[in-house]
Design a binder for this molecule. Structure first.
Ligand code: SF4
Ligand code: SF4
Length: 165
């Protein structure tokens, strides 16, 4: 595990706590198949930090349902992600939500665009080298960004009242 991640966990501030992880329909299906537990997600209303879709005009129209809510991972006590254990994430790496796999890379529909400032690795001038050396490779993240947009757009097309507009 990345040293920065260990330090985050020791401070109780990892990216697996107190965050709203959006789940695609594909995420839900993959998790259900690998980890058949009920109630691991919920529908949440839009919060102020989400109102501009993170600066991506594609995002909110694709992920919000007809009532303006989005599907997010449920949290347990103290804001811990439903699947976070004392030894880390209990989901296999290829089942984790796409957003979890992409993080800490920042992205738009066209691709990766840096690193999230909420990750302490962003403070390192050689952050890209750190991520690449820690198996958080740009090439993988780019693949998952492409998959993410395919999945959210497919669900948007299946949503009659919003459609693809
Ligand atoms: S990816 Fe970044 S924010 Fe998440 S645990 Fe690691 S160092 Fe912390
Ligand atoms: S699914 Fe796993 S990686 Fe994603 S927030 Fe939860 S514990 Fe962290």
């Amino acid at each position: 595990m990345l040293l920065h991640c260990i330090e985050c966990a020791q401070r109780g501030q990892s990216c697996c706590r107190n965050v709203h992880i959006y789940l695609t329909r594909g995420d839900v299906d993959r998790i259900r198949q690998a980890h058949p537990v009920p109630d691991f997600y919920e529908l949440a209303p839009l919060t102020p930090d989400y109102e501009d879709g993170g600066g991506d005009p594609t995002w909110n129209p694709a992920i919000l349902d007809d009532t303006g809510r989005r599907r997010i991972m449920r949290q347990k006590e103290n804001g811990r992600c439903f699947f976070l254990t004392d030894t880390g994430c209990s989901l296999p790496s290829d089942v984790r939500p796409l957003l979890c796999r992409i993080f800490p890379y920042d992205f738009r529909e066209y691709g990766l665009c840096g690193i999230s400032t909420s990750c302490p690795v962003a403070d390192e001038s050689h952050w890209l080298h750190i991520l690449e050396a820690s198996e958080m490779k740009q090439s993988n993240a780019q693949t998952w960004v492409s998959q993410l947009y395919q999945e959210i757009k497919a669900e948007q097309l299946d949503r009659p009242s919003r459609g693809a507009a």
